[in-house]
Design a protein around this ligand. Structure first.
Ligand code: AQP
Length: 342
């Protein structure tokens, strides 16, 4: 089976964008691939964060994965910091990463501009090296990536090739390395179209955990009333009838796409159903579809959270399975890079 790895940061409430752009797709991927889904807590500290909240957010995120249908008999679920090889490999990889590659990263430029100099940690710059380590440790074949992560995956690929070139030559083969290739070079798996969920208050910016207003997103754990209230107040336009793909109507496109994904209908069905609908009627339809889709997830989430021993066990087993694969890669890298082994 081909292998896929993916993860979400425990930096705040998991929202509809994280669900539709990532977690929901994992549920079908786990049937056809060897999958590892982790909670990327080490990435969550690259911007100023609340240490009091991190461990709770990590458990919450794990419980949400399971509540959404990640099946531990098929996929490994674990916490990134529980597998030490991630940080160790990152150090080794950073010795092979030209700093110019990192300076070019758009996300670094944007996030560092927003944070201001005093708040820009070295970790924000080296974040893509940790991401490369997350992927290369598991010899992943594919990585599901949104538009915003494409550049980081490209860096991962270049880094894999560079390390293979620098340390994966004949000398490495003599030491018994697998085929002279230290790392598999991963391919991007572009998620299905329509999976970029935009803000409820501005159809041109993406729904995001870090947006200051909670009104801009639907969190997976929002109550019925909160969902109804957010949809009631979300941004609309003055056209009558809703339509997809009109560049002048980003909100209409976004809310129809959300409705489509929540209801499980086809794009054509939704386009037809809503073409003459007024906003008031559509909002009721959308609210009901969101509640119907999210409520079973919330019920399962509560069940999982009420059994902390179960969640601990899942995460411990996941970490053990992941560490088996990760340690094998890490050992090979140490050996190829010429370290004296114990
Ligand atoms: N709006 C979105 N639409 C579709 N997919 C999205 N993702 C995030 N926002 C959307 C996908 O969720 C996964 C986890 O992302 P992350 O935890 O690394 O956070 P992020 O990409 O930085 O986005 P967030 O959650 O909104 O946080 P901030 O506020 O930091 O931008 C990824 O697969 C991502 O593509």
């Amino acid at each position: 089976k081909k292998r896929i790895v993916s993860g979400v940061q425990p930096t705040g409430s998991i929202h509809l964008g994280n669900y539709l752009g990532a977690i929901k797709n994992w549920i079908s991927l786990q049937n056809s691939y060897d999958t590892l889904f982790f909670i990327v807590d080490l990435h969550a500290i690259t911007l100023p964060y609340d240490a009091q909240q991190l461990s709770k957010a990590t458990r919450d995120t794990a419980a949400i994965y399971l509540a959404c249908g990640v099946d531990t008999s098929k996929a490994s679920v674990f916490v990134q910091s529980h597998v030490r090889a991630h940080v160790e490999l990152m150090w080794l990889l950073s010795s092979a990463t030209p700093i110019g590659w990192l300076n070019k990263m758009i996300q670094f430029k944007e996030k560092s501009r927003k944070a201001g100099d005093e708040n820009v940690a070295v970790a924000l710059l080296t974040y893509p090296v940790l991401m490369a380590s997350d992927i290369l440790l598991y010899q992943s074949d594919f990585v599901p990536v949104g538009e915003d992560q494409k550049q980081h995956l490209e860096l991962t690929r270049e880094l894999a090739e560079r390390v293979n070139f620098l340390y994966g030559g004949r000398k490495w083969k003599k030491l018994g390395g697998r085929g002279g290739t230290i790392f598999k070079v991963p391919e991007p798996l572009i998620p299905p179209a329509g999976a970029r969920v935009m803000s409820l208050t501005d159809g041109l910016s993406k729904m995001s955990k870090s947006a200051p207003s909670d009104q801009s997103r639907i969190n997976l754990l929002d109550s019925k009333d909160v969902i109804a209230n957010k949809i009631k107040r979300c941004k609309t336009d003055s056209f009558i009838g809703l339509e997809f793909d009109n560049p002048e109507r980003p909100e209409s496109n976004n809310l129809l796409s959300i409705y489509q994904l929540m209801s499980g209908k086809t794009k054509e069905e939704v386009a037809q159903e809503c073409e003459n609908m007024n906003w008031g009627t559509f909002k009721i339809l959308l609210t009901d579809a969101l509640i119907d889709h999210l409520q079973p997830i919330q019920v399962r989430y509560e069940e999982i959270m009420s059994d902390s021993a179960y969640l601990d066990r899942v995460l411990a087993e996941g970490a053990t399975k992941a560490a088996d694969i990760a340690d094998a890669t890490l050992n090979n890298v140490y050996q190829a890079m010429g370290f004296l082994r114990r």
